[in-house]
Design a protein around this ligand. Structure first.
Ligand code: GLC
Length: 441
């Protein structure tokens, strides 16, 4: 369907170098202090998208980079949670919008969070910047602490060292088969009501979740809304509660980065509290190890079952500093085999597994933001070749296919939304050494 926007994009590609295009995408997706991930499909401010967007802005406008994270934290709840979407104005092109979530907050937002990557990106900005960067990091520091405390408190109520997620969307890997075991147990109520999803207005249905999956996604939202987003109750009794290697590992990394940031800024804070989280999470993470497939995988926290394949989130163990040397060695071996199969890495589901789908989102395709973090961890653990490969793929893919939301690991075709903020941001950040493992900042 070559539409007006597609034609404009092709014109832009002819006119500009990829780096200039990436900057134009960030500017074009700016809605005044915050960016949308892509126009149409995602017309609001998304949590981890904005944090990664800041890395891209930092390449050409540091002030704007900070503003992106500051506006995200304007949506922070009183209990510390940073929601996964901040709704600044109503946009009927997206479903489920603010009237479905009914967050009862100002600004309105969704009712759960997303992978906590802010402390890590803020540390990178603070270390690579000047006085203004340090001042702005300082203002955000107490908010970061509150958001980490929220994860450890509300999402690990029994202090197991493993945080849970209450919705697949909270993982940021919305449609991954990791959630199938938890999703299969969800009973869709008769009064869920009719609804009109909007994602398939923008993107081919064969790249999006099925109707049955969507009904279950909305069943969880209904539960949350009806209990007034009481997160104690949702964690204890909600329809879905799973451990996610993506959230667990980004949080473990972010806890370490938060501690380092506090020390760097010379803040007075309870270092012991953060050290306690780090230690406990190391223990908790071990219970995600699935010996049969030799990787850390998602687990259903209600009934204990494991997911069945290695994902790009499993590969974040290096980034987190989780697991034993033996476990990391096994993971690296699998990583190599998978990269031999895929022309472009790292796929969001193991291509050796029968459920692999190279085009359906989070069931196979490649995401730049995941590669960015995986590569940092691999580099730090001495797997420089694999890290380099993944960084290169983040540059090669948009150069080949445009700045799409995600890519087919076999063909490199761009999929999902076009002119995507975080794909452009990571492209810029990697081109300018905004990678903590490389810059040795
Ligand atoms: C999809 C992704 C999620 C992302 C959002 C906006 O829902 O799964 O990770 O934050 O799009 O880009």
């Amino acid at each position: 369907r070559p539409d007006r926007r597609q034609r404009e994009r092709l014109d832009m590609q002819k006119r500009h170098k990829p780096e200039e295009q990436a900057i134009e995408i960030l500017r074009g997706n700016d809605r005044g202090g915050y960016t949308v991930p892509t126009p149409g499909l995602y017309p609001y401010q998304w949590n981890w998208d904005s944090v990664f967007a800041a890395l891209g802005f930092a390449v050409f406008d540091r002030g704007r980079a900070w503003q992106e994270i500051e506006t995200l934290f304007e949506g922070q709840w009183a209990d510390g949670m940073v929601p996964h979407i901040v709704f600044r104005k109503n946009d009927p092109s997206y479903f489920p919008g603010p009237d479905i979530w009914k967050s009862n907050t100002d600004p309105r937002s969704s009712g759960h969070s997303q992978p906590p990557v802010a402390a890590s990106v803020i540390l990178t900005l603070a270390k690579t910047g000047g006085k203004d960067d340090v001042a702005r990091a300082r203002r955000l520091f107490p908010k970061l602490i509150a958001s980490h405390r929220w994860w450890h408190d509300y999402r690990d109520p029994d202090r197991t060292g493993l945080v849970g997620i209450i919705h697949p969307w909270e993982s940021g890997r919305d449609n991954c088969p990791d959630w199938d075991i938890g999703m299969d147990r969800i009973v869709v109520p008769d009064d869920l009501g009719p609804y009109h999803r909007r994602d398939t207005d923008h993107v081919d249905a064969d790249e999006r979740p099925t109707v049955q999956q969507y009904d279950r996604f909305l069943t969880i939202v209904k539960f949350g809304r009806e209990c007034g987003w009481n997160h104690r109750k949702i964690a204890a009794e909600g329809p879905f509660f799973m451990a996610d290697p993506g959230v667990q590992f980004t949080l473990m990394r972010a806890d370490r980065d938060l501690l380092e940031l506090g020390r760097l800024l010379g803040e007075t804070f309870d270092e012991g509290e953060i050290e306690g989280w780090i230690e406990l999470s190391q223990q908790g993470a071990l219970s995600m190890w699935n010996g049969d497939i030799e990787a850390f995988v998602a687990r259903d926290l209600r009934v204990g079952g494991f997911s069945t394949a290695l994902t790009n989130a499993s590969m974040l163990a290096f980034y987190a500093g989780a697991g034993t040397g033996d476990q990391l060695g096994l993971l690296a071996g699998h990583g190599r085999e998978i990269l031999d199969i895929c022309e472009y890495g790292f796929p969001s589901w193991d291509p050796r597994h029968e459920a692999f789908e190279c085009r359906r989102y989070w069931r196979g395709p490649v995401w730049s933001v995941m590669n960015y973090m995986i590569a940092i961890g691999l580099e730090e653990h001495g797997y420089a070749g694999m890290a380099e490969r993944l960084r290169n793929d983040c540059r090669r893919l948009p150069e080949l296919s445009g700045f799409y939301e995600y890519f087919d690991p076999l063909s490199g075709e761009g999929l999902g939304g076009p002119d995507f903020t975080w794909t452009a941001a990571i492209y810029l950040a990697l081109g300018r050494g905004l990678d903590p493992a490389l810059a040795k900042v």
